[in-house]
Design a protein around this ligand. Structure first.
Ligand code: AMP
Length: 544
């Protein structure tokens, strides 16, 4: 073997910001703040501020490898911390403020974060948690002196930043150094930390900017709806620096009206978020008389986190917006599969293109995928069978932080995702369920995702969830739980009739129930465990 003679420059997150500062200096970063007003920065001013906050953190005693926790929405300050904390060699530990306080306390203690940065709406939560947080030495409120909450010893971000001169060079270190830490809220056991590296983050950013990736480029104005505490906002903050895209950050306001305002006033061309957010966005459009749809310049949106319902894909297409359906998880940074069309799909009628789009996309370079059965035997990728999805690659986890939960991968490095999927001969993955949500009826599997997607296409249905309930003969049978659209009252028989044209007869739910709202997790997924609890004593009608 002979080594090549190319330069072994480490792949560091600071290089992304340096590039944006130099070559996209005037490109804007627009942020709604928790204080209210919009703030306009540029990649150049943001880079200076990131260096200043790095200087301030060093002055406060933060050392390489230390964890700096954030409890924050998508704002310019949070973005500055993304680059400052990782850039100086410390670890940015993003924490989801929507979790239960006990979970937040557990996570921050587990990471042993020394510094906790938080948005002012979280001040009450931080005050309550503080006595439990054994390792936090410094509290920084992401605001200025005028809005500083009344918490003992709490520092104001803008005051810290204002005291520095920005004369700081990002250190150079091994690209495998940890850069950020994000906990998955597992449904069983304690949350587990996924620890990303500079190398994994930079490689992942390159994928986001590929034409067959998220197609992100300097031509985009990105409305970053997916929270920066949810798997590094799907890597888009870093990727935006890599390609010099404009970023529009919605702060704490993720309702349809607020997103509509930002998207239209900031000329957003690209956005990304979970299906629930898009349902809210479309509902706002439907409920606002006289709204001018031509004001919307969006051309691509990434939908992930849960399956993108066909109804969303079609509605968006009607408005000239292509839904890039993507699949991933905290453990995969998160990009695993990305749903672009192949040249051979161009000539297909729209409905058949949508058939491709409802799948979760194809493997991208870097992510190897395979399906195995319950005994670990490898299954074919020809669309004929579904099995347990396993992944491997340079931005897939090799184990959880502090080895929580034991080994995360097998001897060959395969990580079992917990998702059940099919992979067709073109490589498109179709997630049929979480392994624990799949409905086992008479030895066959019913996909709750397919049923839910079909049900939300029924007029008058706002949201749908399907759970399996015990059945004496079939082991389990599906119950369909629906949320009505305002003013609508869909007839269950009509819904079932509608479904009968879209799914196999034996998949049809045994009953339909209505609720005012469905329980959601802190990242917007329907919380099936809670729903199953809610319907624990429900008895399905016996018509089999
Ligand atoms: P998280 O780590 O919280 O992002 O959750 C990851 C899980 O979300 C995956 O294992 C899937 O079960 C689910 N998920 C993510 N994207 C999709 C998608 N496009 N369709 C269906 N499920 C998805």
């Amino acid at each position: 073997m002979m080594f090549g003679l190319m330069q072994d420059r480490p792949l560091l997150i600071s290089s992304l910001l340096d590039h944006a500062e130099q070559y996209h200096s005037a490109t804007e970063i627009v942020s709604r703040t928790c204080e209210g007003p919009l703030v306009r920065e540029t990649w150049s001013s943001l880079a200076v501020r990131a260096r200043k906050i790095a200087q301030a953190l060093i002055r406060l005693g933060v050392k390489p490898g230390d964890r700096v926790a954030t409890l924050a929405w998508n704002t310019h300050r949070h973005l500055e911390l993304y680059f400052a904390v990782s850039g100086m060699g410390a670890v940015l530990h993003t924490v989801n403020p929507r979790l239960y306080p006990e979970q937040i306390g557990y996570i921050v203690n587990h990471s042993e974060a020394k510094v906790l940065c938080f948005d002012i709406p979280q001040a009450g939560l931080v005050a309550d948690l503080l006595p439990e947080l054994g390792h936090v030495q410094t509290l920084i409120a992401l605001t200025d002196a005028a809005h500083l909450p009344d918490l003992p010893g709490c520092l104001a971000y803008e005051t810290l930043l204002g005291a520095e001169d920005g004369a700081y060079d990002w250190p150079v270190f091994d690209e495998r150094t940890a850069s950020s830490l994000c906990y998955t809220s597992g449904t069983t056991g304690n949350p587990k930390g996924v620890l990303y590296s500079h190398r994994s983050t930079v490689l992942h950013s390159l994928i986001a900017c590929q034409s067959d990736g998220l197609q992100l480029s300097s031509r985009d104005s990105t409305l970053l709806v997916v929270p920066m505490f949810h798997v590094n906002a799907w890597g888009v903050p870093y990727a935006s620096a890599l390609c010099g895209a404009k970023l529009v950050l919605p702060g704490p306001k993720l309702d349809g009206a607020s997103l509509w305002d930002l998207a239209t006033t900031e000329g957003c061309t690209f956005s990304l978020g979970v299906p629930t957010v898009w349902l809210g966005f479309l509902a706002h459009m439907d409920q606002t008389p006289g709204l001018d749809a031509t004001a919307l310049k969006l051309r691509r949106i990434v939908v992930g986190g849960s399956a993108a319902p066909r109804a969303i894909i079609e509605r968006m297409r009607d408005m000239g917006i292509f839904v890039i359906h993507a699949w991933g998880m905290s453990e995969t940074s998160p990009l695993g599969t990305i749903g672009n069309l192949l040249p051979k799909h161009d000539a297909l009628p729209v409905s058949e293109q949508v058939d491709v789009q409802v799948k979760q996309g194809r493997a991208i370079w870097g992510v190897s995928l395979r399906l195995v059965d319950d005994d670990g035997a490898v299954l074919p990728q020809d669309g004929s069978v579904s099995g347990n999805l396993q992944v491997r690659g340079p931005w897939v986890t090799s184990g959880y932080y502090r080895a929580e939960g034991g080994p995360a991968v097998d001897a060959e490095g395969w990580f079992t995702t917990g998702d059940v999927a099919r992979i067709d001969s073109d490589g498109y993955v179709q997630i049929t369920d979480r392994a624990k949500d799949v409905i086992k009826s008479g030895g066959e599997w019913i996909s709750s995702i397919d049923l839910e997607n079909a049900a939300v296409a029924f007029p008058g249905v706002a949201e749908a969830a399907v759970i399996g309930l015990p059945h004496p003969k079939w082991q389990e049978r599906p119950l369909l739980v629906l949320v009505r659209k305002p003013g609508a009252d869909p007839d269950p028989a009509d819904v079932l009739e509608f479904l009968s044209h879209r799914v196999a007869k034996w998949w049809l739910p045994d009953a339909v129930e209505f609720v005012d709202e469905l329980p959601h997790t802190a990242t917007g997924k329907i919380q099936k465990t809670k729903l199953r609890d809610q319907f624990r004593d429900y008895v399905l009608p016996d018509h089999h």
